[in-house]
Design a protein around this ligand. Structure first.
Ligand code: ZN
Length: 348
């Protein structure tokens, strides 16, 4: 089957590759329609590894996907051929202790698309467990369906934060995930969300959403802005979504006594932070790794119109232009939020 294959660091090819096509009793086969390009896909392309996950053999990229069911296994209920769906890219061992606890995202045996050695889905079709395949509401397009995966990370962050109605939040970092976190926090009840970055272009895009207050940290101190906006009390919740070690300097100054700091961005290096300062104000620290039990609710929010992810899809490429799409994504233009690739099938 033709696929976008990362041959080795920096080398992509659109070529035929053998992929598992056998459908088990609990699986569905999906014809892929749209795949979003994630920062992690780009990182494998440019660096050949993320932390302990090292590319050793050619791997198909892509894990943010939506498509149409073309075949179902004999045990599958609730899904039929023709259903438009999006897929959760992590496949846990359902009998693991983590799965039984409902935290299947941290199952040590999880197999995650486009994470070596597991192939991704930039290919015309894929076989996937029905349990991790979600029907798209009629008013949710394939393009939006392919946004559910990154949005689910924002939703997981909002859920970990335990937002109370009217909370004021800060999101450090205005990349796609930072924006998703801010939108999920607003949908979860935050009154306003300060989003910080150095990039005026990124902040301009985020600032179009009501409730998001962009803060350009090249021009202003984030802490000054947050303290001024909260009468010196601090934000109820601070989300770290930049993954930058530098962001940890002063991170805990932003949060109010008894507030929460939610760590979403993955720093490449170990970072140090002000533990005493955090303890002195009894700050609750939460971490976010992917998501669990989120996709259904993410789809409900998108279908309700409360969260509109469409403005974040800044460019769509045909499958035949996949390599150009990845070069564009690797260039990291500040006006690009989410780039998507569309397979050569019709429909929306
Ligand atoms: Zn992703």
């Amino acid at each position: 089957m033709e696929a976008l294959v990362l041959e080795q660091k920096g080398v992509l090819a659109l070529r035929d590759i053998d992929l598992p096509a056998d459908i088990g009793p609990d699986d569905v086969k999906i014809r892929i329609h749209t795949v979003g390009i994630c920062g992690s896909d780009v990182h494998y392309y440019t660096h050949g590894a993320i932390g302990p996950f090292v590319l050793r053999e050619p791997m198909v990229l892509g894990h943010e996907a939506a498509g149409t069911i073309v075949e179902i296994g004999s045990n599958v209920k609730g899904l039929v051929p023709g259903d438009r769906v999006c897929m959760e890219p992590g496949i846990p061992n359902l009998s693991s202790r983590a799965s039984k606890l409902g935290i299947y995202n941290v199952d040590p045996d999880v197999r995650f698309w486009a994470t070596p050695p597991v192939h991704g889905v930039l290919t015309p079709s894929v076989v996937h467990p029905a349990a991790f395949t979600y029907k798209l509401p009629d008013n949710v397009s394939f393009a939006e369906g392919a946004m559910v995966e990154p949005f689910a990370i924002g939703m997981q962050a909002a859920a970990r934060a335990r937002i109370s109605p009217g909370d004021v939040a800060v999101v450090v970092g205005c990349g796609p995930i930072g924006i998703m976190v801010a939108l999920a926090a607003l949908a979860g009840g935050c009154a306003s969300v300060y989003v910080s970055d150095f990039s005026a272009e990124k902040l301009e895009i985020a600032g179009r959403y009501p409730g998001i207050i962009p803060v350009n940290i090249g021009e202003q101190s984030l802490n000054d802005v947050v303290q001024a906006g909260t009468d010196g009390w601090g934000a109820d919740i601070v989300f770290e979504a930049s993954g930058s070690a530098k962001a940890y300097a002063g991170l805990f100054d932003l949060v109010r006594p008894g507030g929460a700091v939610v760590l979403v961005g993955l720093p490449v290096q170990p970072v140090s932070f002000d533990v005493s300062g955090a303890i002195a104000r009894e700050v609750r620290i939460e971490t976010v790794f992917r998501y669990a039990n989120i996709f259904d609710r993410a789809l409900q929010l998108i279908a309700s119109g409360k969260v509109d992810l469409k403005p974040l899809i800044t460019q769509t490429f045909d499958f035949a232009e996949s390599i150009a799409a990845f070069e564009r994504a690797a260039a990291a233009r500040p006006t690009d939020v989410k780039l998507q690739i569309r397979m050569p099938v019709g429909g929306n």
